[in-house]
Design a protein around this ligand. Structure first.
Ligand SMILES: [Fe+2]
Ligand SMILES: [Fe+2]
Ligand SMILES: [Fe+2]
Length: 485
């Protein structure tokens, strides 16, 4: 490559360099001297982008594969967000690479097998402590380091599209890192660190063998052996919840039967709306299992489905906000996991997706759907409830569209996809009595207590008729269709 001008010469040339009337040159992107001296070639830029993209793709896979079996609710939600960020950046960087005259694109193959060992190890982390350390102390900072090096070394003007993407990505990766530091502080104790110190050293050695994540450092070819990933990773799709989730098989209160009852006034229904929102924890549990057990699709598929996954996690947290607004401790409300448990253990990924699609399509009509829920929320005259339902509705419309785009073509028609999902749903969710008979739950009616608490918050007397509400899911699905027990 041609030699660069001396620093001295550049400084002299740049001195006093101004635009018209003193305006910053180069659209304010960079100084003229940096623009004269900085820069990666297209080939170098693509090489680094591919490695960063691959790292985020692997991170996405790790985050999604851990959502269902992660008991801690907050981490389940954070993994959903972090997977979503990664999915978006993977797509954006791929698009940029395709613009950079470097065929074959090679985006589906690993740019550096050693990097895969690094991510395989974290993927197989056997405990929450190992997982958060691997992700947030090792992997995410390595991605951030690569992005920052890229930003400081590429030419902001010549390679501006890449520069911009990496700048946006670094913003979100920084957010992930900051969350991760909190997670480590809250969840990792000294004994964990001690027990894992050998493994963490190994991760560092693997990365340095690869010349760091972006391949820009000298590769120190040190010896390392696979530890946690010595045996192939096995996905665990059985959903788990932390100890705040009491009575997780409870299907004792049918929220929809009250919500869609025109004789019940809106205000008490807000409890059911919050319950239904927060119960949506089970949807990321299912979507993550679909993604984890469905390999080889186009990235657009994973990206759309991950957006949906994150929306569902947001809906759950919207419900959490709702309960907090009533001064109700959500752990007093049994947020069951029977739906995600049954889908993830009894159905294959396509059946699960079809069930989800059938449910979401069922929410689109005016009657007993998302619009109706929003109207109930407006009727409560509570701004927060109305906002929650407003956004929930909009997101669910998007999800119905995502299903039409990705699932319906597998069946030929929407009607066939829905019929398939409908059948699979009934087949998977007929265990009401079995949960009780196995002693897993008594399907306790939690409604009166929670209703009373809310009434105290509202400063009103509970209505005796509503206090006596006792419809269950024994013979009914959430769309109020009958199922045989
Ligand atoms: Fe949802
Ligand atoms: Fe929702
Ligand atoms: Fe949805």
């Amino acid at each position: 490559m041609q030699k660069a001008p001396s620093e001295e010469a550049v400084r002299k040339l740049a001195e006093g360099y101004r635009g018209f009337a003193g305006l910053p040159p180069l659209a304010g992107l960079d100084s003229i001297d940096r623009a004269m001296t900085k820069g990666l070639t297209i080939r170098e830029s693509v090489q680094r982008l591919k490695r960063v993209r691959w790292a985020m793709k692997r991170l996405h896979g790790i985050f999604t594969s851990r959502i269902a079996a992660m008991p801690i609710y907050e981490l389940k939600m954070a993994f959903s967000l972090h997977a979503y960020y990664c999915a978006e950046h993977v797509a954006a960087i791929a698009e940029r690479v395709r613009e950079m005259r470097q065929p074959p694109y090679g985006l589906e193959a690993s740019p550096e097998p050693i990097l895969d060992v690094f991510f395989d190890e974290i993927q197989a982390a056997p405990s929450t402590a190992a997982l958060v350390l691997g992700l947030y102390r090792e992997a995410v900072p390595a991605v951030l380091r690569a992005l920052q090096r890229f930003l400081s070394e590429t030419n902001r003007l010549f390679d501006h599209p890449s520069y911009r993407l990496c700048r946006l990505a670094s913003l979100e990766m920084r957010e992930i890192e900051e969350y991760g530091q909190q997670a480590i502080k809250c969840l990792v104790v000294d004994e964990d660190r001690e027990a894992l110190s050998g493994w963490l050293d190994t991760l560092g050695r693997i990365l340095s063998s690869a010349g760091d994540l972006d391949g820009t450092s000298d590769s120190n070819e040190t010896e390392f052996e696979r530890m946690f990933s010595a045996a192939p990773y096995r996905y665990d799709g059985v959903p788990k919840r932390d100890r705040r989730f009491k009575d997780p098989y409870n299907m004792g209160v049918n929220a929809e039967a009250m919500l869609f009852d025109p004789d019940v006034e809106p205000l008490p229904k807000s409890i059911m709306l919050y319950f239904k929102r927060m119960r949506e924890i089970d949807v990321p549990e299912v979507i993550s299992s679909i993604l984890s057990e469905n390999n080889g699709r186009s990235w657009e598929y994973y990206r759309d489905m991950t957006r949906q996954l994150w929306d569902e996690a947001r809906h759950a947290m919207m419900g959490e906000v709702g309960f907090a607004s009533l001064g109700i401790d959500w752990s007093e409300v049994p947020l069951n996991l029977t739906w995600s448990l049954e889908l993830n253990t009894k159905l294959d990924p396509q059946e699960r997706h079809a069930v989800l699609f059938t449910i979401e399509q069922g929410l689109m009509p005016k009657k007993n759907g998302k619009e109706y829920e929003w109207q109930v929320a407006l009727g409560t005259a509570d701004r927060l409830t109305a906002l929650i339902q407003d956004y929930d509705w909009a997101d669910e419309v998007l999800h119905a569209r995502i299903g039409r785009q990705w699932l319906v073509p597998e069946f030929g028609s929407q009607a066939e996809a829905q019929a398939f999902g409908d059948e699979a749903w009934s087949r998977a969710t007929a265990d009401w009595a079995a949960w009780r008979d196995k002693g897993l739950t008594e399907h306790r009616n939690w409604w009166p207590d929670v209703y009373r608490s809310a009434c105290r918050h509202w400063g009103i007397e509970p209505e005796p008729e509503l206090l006596a509400y006792n419809a269950t899911y024994e013979n009914t699905r959430a769309d109020l269709k009958r199922v045989s027990g």
